[in-house]
Design a protein. Structure first.
Lengths: 822, 423
């Protein structure tokens, strides 16, 4: 809460009532005759044409799925096909007014939107631009099959390219828009302004908000449209995206030209079903989805219901709403009413609806109706329209034949290149700034109070006599993170950071203290307490070309951003065929002292998901170096920090933490103490407990322990650990995560496989108990303690003379705990 | 004056030994205590140390020669001294003097603890320790591990390598047993495309001959029976607890208890405690129990004299000494003679054998094979069945000496003793 905003009790306690403005429902009532002043005949025919193309494309897929052939071309497509037959007018109406620079996001049912937006973009792009796009996408690989033997115009070629690129993608061909790695539910093509469609219901609900944020913060032209289904309005992340998109601060606190709402339209493609559940009457309570806007902000999100069976009604709405966005009064919510004749998927028996219902909608079919209207208004003849249908069938047949031809459209040769997908998981680039332009900051860095304060701090924890400096004088871990981040803010104009309490508070753990002074609101702000939107918007921001640091205040809250962290962030680089980059560094603070829901180390969850880089530095030197590297990269990094260590000084890097910029490679474990008899490998803050254990081992038992700090989990270079084990033959792996299923176990398993012949005992894992994290007073019974490590060594690795165990590390106990699941 | 070196006599029954390997060459300086040569009897290998310092002036035999015991095999003295008078067969008078050089000291005893449940169980050793042992030439078979569960770990190998003596507690210094882990590699006689013909060691020849003789010259058959092992296991548990409590020093094993029961049965059935000599039988008043021991060299059956005089702990202790000596290859050869024992027990229970037909050590009349303990259903009380640990017993007897009925009664007595053993 910023101090400039005064919550006046006299004001907020006043009686009164909330007034809602009427929400328009299907208010459009113009005829084609009326619209002739706004559309040329060609425009109207093109609208018809685009709807026919979508209908035929989806019909073809439906026949392929249900009958195994289309127009006498047989094919077996084992993958998904969520079709939108019946929804064509809504898609074409949505896309018609959009410029190439406007972005759309979609759902699992977005073939129609891809084609509509693609056709719209093709109509607006010049031949030169189209040639360039086709030739540059994967160096012309996608365009080559349609270019061969093409005789018509460039625009005709571009349409073939659009149909073919989409279909090849649906059929997992290497020539598809995303090398066949996205498929039906994820296909997209950014040069036409088509951004990722999403197989998770509501997946675009927060990502699209981030894209709009990107456009706003970086002053990019265009708007963002989120095409999401009516049923997705029940999803938490969608609601979180809406709250993020409607934050007051855009109007109240953001300054200068940044003041104003997001350029975003939440476009509910309301086909009235969520799979088989009827959103109106069964699974939701809004009756009319446009009602939702009224609950979000004073503007009621300018929401209205639009008749999605009339393309002109949708176009009309878009013209009006785009104006609102231009006036920075967004975001907008549209409830575009439509209906799908096809099932949820081809396996859908439509048991949830009557034949009469489907037939009634078919009787009002938008393509038939619109065609008749065109003929009636003298815009086109029936023959003309028939010709469009015939040529479309030919076009689709042509694209189908091409897309299923294994010679022309091969699938990836994984036999020949077994690591092809592996190589696409990360982009591994080193980029100073995502865009080259001046950074927006409030003052030169050297004038920043925090920067000035840090200049006076001791960058090594101990003085010449080995005595620790006072805490207040010591440069701590939080300072290392701050220095890396402030440096990047002054380098990369696209970098923004947000999360809960990030601005005035400086973050719950004071890492950002000083940034508030340095940065304008739009580069550092407080988000709603909604982790899904924090991470989801960051994904949208990054996939459009920005760099971003979202913050999760406690690791335990990662679950709140589960879909975003596990399904979205890690997937898009590879699913896009490496078209997208994902420079997102999520700061995640691992807590303690606050009990079961604020003290968990969930590094294993992040490490388990392919596509994320995971680091957990625990010294100021490592934290600064790894943060610098993470921010220099183009991959998603989950950056874990320990709340136990924010003020810890640098104890290992004798020269102290350098004031200047330096990078430490991700994936390199670091030997923090050398030893010869035994290795202790730690993740996170346990390093310091392991060092205590090493001290006791040496002084009391004459065992020289080598202590290695993993620093990173993904990637992870095992070589230094293997070298250590070659020397010591013994290893304990310890960290604060509950042991079962932890990354500690993964390390142990790999180490066993890689160093078996050098081992004098099995690698032993000393993790936290498989319990709730108890209160601070009981934490020593939950988190690994130095004595645990020594007991485990004595019991499982090498009996220590005279040692008496306090904790039970016997095999019997291990068996029993596992048998009982605790 | 130069001193002759004789082929020692290892036990009264040994008439000749085979020269294994010269460790010194003629002309080489020899210090007292240096190993001069290795040699083997029928059953074991030994090393002979120099009793004098000087120059090895002459050797009279080649490796592999069979040499009558107490024959001069070499001469140690000063350069230029005469050796002629020491040449074998040179002078009867000189040879007569030799016996004083013979050592009759007890063979080296290697002590190591083998827990009952480790006998035949797999050796626990870390991969690192195994690799180190290979590189450093440490014999892991005789090491006691100090890791968890007695696992042999790196430090055990290091210790053994640093102090080779430490791996074996030597009670008497000579003669030294040859390292048991390194049986002399077999000589390849012929090499074919897909085979090699290798010489077989002496002991193998002896076993082969004895086994063949046994089957050729007797009328053997085997009866099988099983005994409820609950009492045995109870006793074993009791002794184990006593051992751990420090009340007794001897680790009394299941096998010890079975032997104890067999001795009691033999006392009741003296016709099984006999030697069959064709037209007569030798009936023994004492039980000399033969114990089949599997060693690296092959099967050995040393006899425990007067086993019927021993208490259970005494029996246990002596059986262990005997088997240890047999494995180390330095058991008194006299005890290895088939005639030294009156009855033999062969225990394959630790290897999981459920039933077998042991071959009689002629001239003994019978041999008992002890098999593994398996749970078998048994009627516990009227109509109530339960699984009971049952120990298999396989008695092979010479039908020339015993009839089936006698043999069965004897076997049943062993079973009875086992089931009701009191110690």
């Amino acid at each position: 809460m910023p101090k400039v905003q005064y919550i006046n009790p006299d004001e907020v306690r006043k009686p009164g009532q909330i007034e809602f403005k009427p929400i328009p429902v299907n208010q459009y009532n113009k005829t084609i005759e009326d619209e002739k002043e706004n559309f040329s005949n060609n425009d109207l025919i093109r609208i018809f044409h685009d709807m026919v193309v979508i209908r035929e494309f989806e019909t073809m897929l439906n026949l392929i799925k249900t009958r195994g052939e289309y127009n006498e071309v047989p094919y077996n497509h084992p993958g998904p096909a969520h079709l939108s037959i019946g929804q064509e007018a809504a898609a074409v109406g949505m896309a018609y007014t959009l410029g190439v620079e406007d972005f759309i996001f979609g759902s699992h049912r977005s073939h129609g939107e891809i084609l509509a937006k693609g056709l719209s973009a093709i109509s607006k792009l010049s031949d030169e631009q189209l040639e360039k796009i086709m030739d540059s996408h994967f160096d012309g690989i996608t365009a080559a099959p349609v270019k061969a033997g093409h005789t018509g115009t460039t625009k005709e070629l571009a349409i073939k390219f659009l149909i073919y690129g989409t279909l090849a993608e649906v059929f997992a061909r290497e020539t598809g828009f995303n090398r066949g790695l996205g498929g039906s539910m994820h296909a997209f093509f950014t040069p036409f302004g088509v951004y990722p469609n999403n197989a998770i219901v509501g997946g675009s609900g927060d990502i699209s908000v981030g894209a709009a944020l990107y456009k706003k913060v970086n002053r990019k032209p265009g708007i963002v449209v989120a095409n999401i289904g009516d049923a997705s309005m029940a999803c938490g992340p969608v609601w979180e995206g809406l709250t993020f998109a409607t934050m007051d601060q855009f109007n109240e606190l953001w300054e200068g030209d940044m003041k104003g709402g997001l350029p975003l339209i939440i476009n509910i493609m309301n086909n009235q079903y969520g799979m088989g559940g009827q959103t109106c009457g069964e699974t939701m309570g809004y009756n009319i989805a446009a009602r939702i806007g009224a609950g979000l902000n004073d503007d009621q999100m300018h929401a209205e219901r639009v008749d999605g069976y009339n393309p002109l009604a949708v176009i009309d709405a878009y013209k009006r709403k785009k104006k609102i966005l231009e006036e920075k009064r967004g975001p907008v919510l549209l409830d575009v009413l439509t209906y799908r004749y096809s099932g949820h998927s081809p396996s859908d028996a439509s048991s949830y609806r009557s034949k009469e219902e489907v037939e009634a909608w078919e009787a009002q079919d938008s393509i038939i109706w619109f065609g008749k209207e065109l003929v009636k208004a003298g815009v086109a003849t029936e023959e003309q329209l028939e010709a469009i249908k015939t040529s479309t069938t030919e076009l689709i047949t042509y694209a189908l034949k091409l897309a299923i031809d294994d010679e022309v459209s091969p699938i990836m040769n994984m036999k020949k290149h077994p690591n092809l997908i592996g190589e696409m998981m990360f982009s591994n680039q080193s980029v100073d700034k995502m865009e080259d332009r001046p950074v927006e900051v409030n003052h030169p860095m050297e004038e920043n109070p925090r920067v000035q304060q840090l200049a006076k701090k001791e960058r090594f924890m101990f003085d010449a006599n080995g005595k620790a400096h006072s805490k207040i004088k010591t440069y701590g871990l939080r300072d290392g993170i701050f220095e890396a981040i402030v440096d990047r803010f002054y380098k990369d104009p696209t970098l923004i950071a947000y999360g809960e309490e990030n601005r005035d508070w400086g973050g719950a753990f004071a890492v950002y203290r000083g940034l508030t002074e340095a940065l304008p609101y739009h580069r550092l702000f407080n988000s709603p307490i909604s982790e899904a939107s924090i991470v989801g918007t960051a994904i949208g921001y990054a996939m459009c070309g920005g760099r971003v640091i979202p913050e999760i205040m406690y690791c335990d809250f990662l679950g709140r951003a589960g879909d975003e962290v596990f399904n979205q962030l890690p997937k898009w680089q590879a699913m896009s065929g490496n078209v997208l980059k994902m420079p997102v560094v999520i700061r995640v603070s691992v807590g303690s002292k606050y009990g079961a829901q604020h003290s968990q180390d969930w590094t294993a969850l992040a490490a388990h998901i392919p596509g994320l880089k995971v680091v957990f530095p625990v010294t100021p030197y490592d934290a600064k170096g790894l943060m610098n590297t993470a921010l220099q990269g183009t991959d998603p990094v989950i950056f874990f920090e320990s709340q136990r260590l924010y003020d810890i000084g640098e104890q290992f890097h004798k020269e102290g933490v350098p004031a200047e910029y330096y990078e430490l490679p991700l994936g390199e474990p670091d030997i923090k103490k050398e030893g010869s008899d035994l290795t202790i490998l730690t993740i996170g803050a346990t390093l310091y407990r392991a060092l205590d254990a090493a001290k006791t081992l040496e002084e009391k038992y004459g065992v020289s322990a080598e202590v290695i700090d993993a620093r990173s989990l993904v990637p992870f270079n095992y070589e230094p650990v293997i070298e250590s084990i070659k020397k010591t033959g013994r290893i304990v792996i310890s960290g604060d995560a509950s042991a079962r299923g932890s990354f500690l176990r993964d390390l142990a398993s790999n180490i066993t496989e890689l160093t078996f012949d050098y081992l004098d005992a099995p690698p032993v894992v000393v993790g936290s108990r498989n319990w709730i994290t108890p209160a601070h007073e009981l934490e020593d019974y939950f988190f690994p303690q130095p004595e645990w490590i020594i007991d485990a060594i004595h019991e499982r690795i090498v009996p220590l003379k005279g040692h008496v165990c306090e904790n039970d590390f016997t095999e019997a106990e291990q068996l029993d705990r596992n048998a009982r699941g605790i | 004056m130069a001193t002759p070196v004789m082929m020692p006599r290892q036990g009264q029954s040994v008439e000749s030994c085979i020269l294994g390997q010269w460790h010194k060459e003629v002309g080489e300086e020899v210090n007292e205590g240096d190993i001069l040569f290795s040699y083997e009897t029928d059953k074991a290998s030994f090393e002979e140390e120099a009793k004098e310092s000087g120059i090895l002036l002459a050797t009279f035999f080649e490796e592999g020669d069979e040499i009558p015991v107490l024959t001069n095999v070499a001469v140690i003295g000063k350069q230029g001294e005469s050796i002629e008078e020491f040449k074998p067969g040179a002078s009867e008078g000189e040879a007569e003097k030799a016996p004083e050089a013979i050592t009759e000291e007890a063979p080296k005893v290697i002590e190591f603890e083998v827990e009952e449940d480790q006998v035949g169980a797999r050796l626990r050793i870390s991969p690192l320790a195994r690799n180190m042992a290979e590189k450093m030439g440490v014999d892991i078979q005789i090491l006691k591990g100090t890791g968890p569960h007695g696992r042999i770990i790196a430090r055990d190998i290091e210790e053994a390598a640093q102090k080779p003596a430490a791996k074996a507690v030597i009670e008497t210094p000579a003669p030294k047993a040859a390292p048991v882990s390194k049986p002399t590699p077999a000589v390849v006689l012929e090499t074919g495309d897909d085979f090699e013909v290798k010489a077989i060691p002496n002991i193998r020849k002896l076993i082969a001959n004895a086994m063949h003789q046994s089957l050729q010259n007797s009328a053997q058959l085997t009866h099988h029976m099983s005994a409820d092992a609950r009492q045995l296991m109870k006793l074993r548990k009791k002794f184990k607890a006593q051992l751990e409590a420090g009340e007794i020093k001897q680790n009394v094993t299941i096998n010890d208890l079975v032997c104890y029961a067999v001795i009691r049965a033999l006392e009741k059935y003296p016709q099984a405690n006999t030697h069959f000599l064709g037209d007569k039988m030798r009936w023994f008043k004492k039980v000399h129990l033969g114990l089949a021991v599997d060693t690296e060299r092959g099967l050995m059956v040393p006899a425990l004299r007067n086993a019927d005089d021993l208490s259970i702990t005494g029996l246990s202790s002596q059986l262990k000494q005997l088997s240890t000596a047999a494995r180390a290859g330095n058991v008194n050869p006299d005890l290895l003679s088939p005639a030294a024992a009156t009855f033999t027990v062969s225990n394959l229970g630790n290897y999981g054998v459920e039933m077998f037909t042991p071959v009689i050590n002629l001239p003994q009349t019978a041999i008992l094979g002890v098999c593994t303990i398996v749970p078998r259903p048994k009627e516990l009380e009227d109509g109530v069945y339960g699984f009971v640990p049952m120990m298999g017993l396989s008695l092979t007897y010479d039908h020339q000496a015993l009839d089936g009925g006698e043999a069965t009664l004897f076997l049943a007595e062993i079973k009875n003793q086992i089931e009701n053993l009191q110690v």
